[in-house]
Design a protein around this ligand. Structure first.
Ligand SMILES: Cc1cc2nc3c(=O)[nH]c(=O)nc-3n(C[C@H](O)[C@H](O)[C@H](O)COP(=O)(O)OP(=O)(O)OC[C@H]3O[C@@H](n4cnc5c(N)ncnc54)[C@H](O)[C@@H]3O)c2cc1C
Length: 428
């Protein structure tokens, strides 16, 4: 359990502010890092809902992109050597009132991200199978409660052999790659193999991508598309590619697109450009997405087993007490990362924004708009004594994940919260 004072945490020192960062995703960690460089004597606590730190680095960034996930090694050092306290398993708004936090710390930085999938704003039959890309990627990343539909035996319903993906940003490309990649090609990843088998017992025969824009305006990085094109067993088809379309995405598709045909054992990925979704209905047990061509309004229908939407992210459910509302505010309260800017930007961009946010926090402090007067963690410790887990506790979970990994996986994420907490606290 997290201590009120342990040797590795910097206790509050007169003159330095006490700081609470809410959320341990990249934004929260970068803010904590820059603040601790500015005020090495300040007491900084990073609160996190889950027993595991790092937000979307752990649960969003695709399991086969371990190089990207590797950024956590530098964040680990903040907690192991940098004197910053990790208070996991604590949801601000549920386990501690925001007002109690705000009266206990001199500076509060909210970095809670955006956890909800933005929904398609079209009429939709209740029986249609529509899955958010965030929920899908969380499930494949071993998230404890991803919310995907399950059958009577508790297994996730397979997505099926014909899947539509709406959107063509990098998250859509992650979905396409993870669904069409050979199981053998996940070597070295920490994909949740059980979820992969449940959701995708076999690679889909077809993946149709519905993009609103033309290929010239496609939002994905060319490197992501190249990675998809290079996969074994994938045929790429481009539909609606205009000869005027230019840029790396159009060029890549032109040079790699094959004739549209189904081949047993291969996944056909078809990119459809210039289509605006209009409705999602059901017919004969399938989900039907109707879209209109943006140039002439002609309707086009796609029947599929499931539709995956990859069109952005929003705050979680309105009734979620852990979502910062407008009343989570004050002169000493700041917002960072996706929560402040919307769901755009890479991990590196969060670093840049964290740096400029910390500059304005320091300006406020130096101008006397914030003072160093509140007790910090000691002001909330009584609420968390039997709840918060510290970084050492998290490291026990992580060690168990490494120990239980198959030889061809780098870890096997524990998806059961109770089990995580039992390991964290040393209970059997
Ligand atoms: C599917 C997907 C794939 C991505 N892949 C890449 C990639 O390959 N490369 C790249 O550079 N970027 C990638 N990104 C973007 C990157 O993940 C984001 O830029 C970044 O994670 C945003 O950071 P954040 O700290 O604002 O939010 P998050 O990472 O979401 O972190 C927010 C944290 O706050 C916690 N939290 C929420 N509410 C509370 C509360 N009330 N109390 C305590 N804790 C709370 C959450 O549990 C979470 O840990 C990807 C994003 C997604 C969605």
């Amino acid at each position: 359990m997290v201590g009120t004072h342990t040797s590795q945490h910097v206790p509050p020192s007169a003159g330095s502010p006490t700081i609470a960062v809410v959320g341990s995703g990249p934004s929260g960690c970068y803010v904590a890092q820059f603040l601790s460089k500015t005020w090495p004597d300040s007491e900084i606590t990073v609160f996190e809902s889950l027993p595991a730190p790092y937000g979307l680095i752990r649960y969003g960034v695709a399991a086969d992109h371990q190089g990207t996930k590797g950024v956590v090694r530098q964040f680990d050092r903040l907690f192991t050597r940098g004197g910053i306290r990790f208070a996991g398993n604590v949801t601000v708004g549920r386990d501690i009132d925001f007002s109690r936090l705000a009266t206990s710390f001199d500076i509060v930085v909210l970095a809670t991200g955006l956890s909800g999938d933005r929904e398609l704003d079209v009429p939709r039959d209740p029986g249609a199978r529509v899955v958010g890309a965030g929920a899908l990627l969380r499930a494949l990343n071993g998230f404890p409660h991803h919310g995907l539909s399950r059958d009577g035996t508790g297994r996730c319903t397979p997505l099926g052999s014909r899947v539509l993906v709406v959107g063509m940003g990098n998250v859509a490309l992650d979905v396409l790659r993870l669904l069409s990649k050979d199981t053998a090609a996940f070597t070295g990843s920490d994909i949740d193999d059980e979820m992969l088998t449940q959701l995708r017992p076999e690679r889909p025969a077809t993946l149709d991508v519905i993009a609103r824009s033309g290929a010239s305006q496609a939002k994905c990085d060319a490197a992501m598309l190249r990675e998809l094109i290079a996969l074994n067993g994938v045929n790429i088809v481009a539909s609606g590619l205009d000869e005027k379309d230019s840029g790396p995405v159009a060029d890549l598709l032109r040079s790699s697109a094959a004739p549209a045909r189904d081949e047993p054992g291969r996944t056909r990925v078809t990119f459809h450009f210039g289509l605006q979704p209009r409705s999602v209905t059901t017919r004969d047990g399938r989900t039907v997405l109707t879209a209109c061509r943006r140039d002439d309004g002609t309707p086009v229908e796609f029947a599929a087993d499931a539709v995956v939407t990859a069109i952005g992210f929003t705050q979680g459910a309105a009734h979620d007490d852990g979502c910062p509302g407008p009343d989570w505010a004050g002169d000493h309260v700041y917002r960072a990362g996706w929560l402040s800017r919307g769901a755009q930007g890479t991990i590196a961009e969060n670093r840049k924004h964290a740096q400029s946010l910390v500059r304005s926090i320091v300006d406020d402090f130096e101008a006397g708009r914030i003072t160093a007067s509140r007790p910090g963690f000691a002001g909330v410790a009584d609420l968390l004594a039997h709840r918060a887990i510290g970084f050492g506790d998290w490291q026990r979970i992580e060690a168990a994940e490494h120990r239980s990994a198959r030889p061809d996986r780098c870890r096997r994420k524990i998806t059961d919260l109770d089990q995580m907490l039992a390991i964290a606290t040393g209970a059997r």
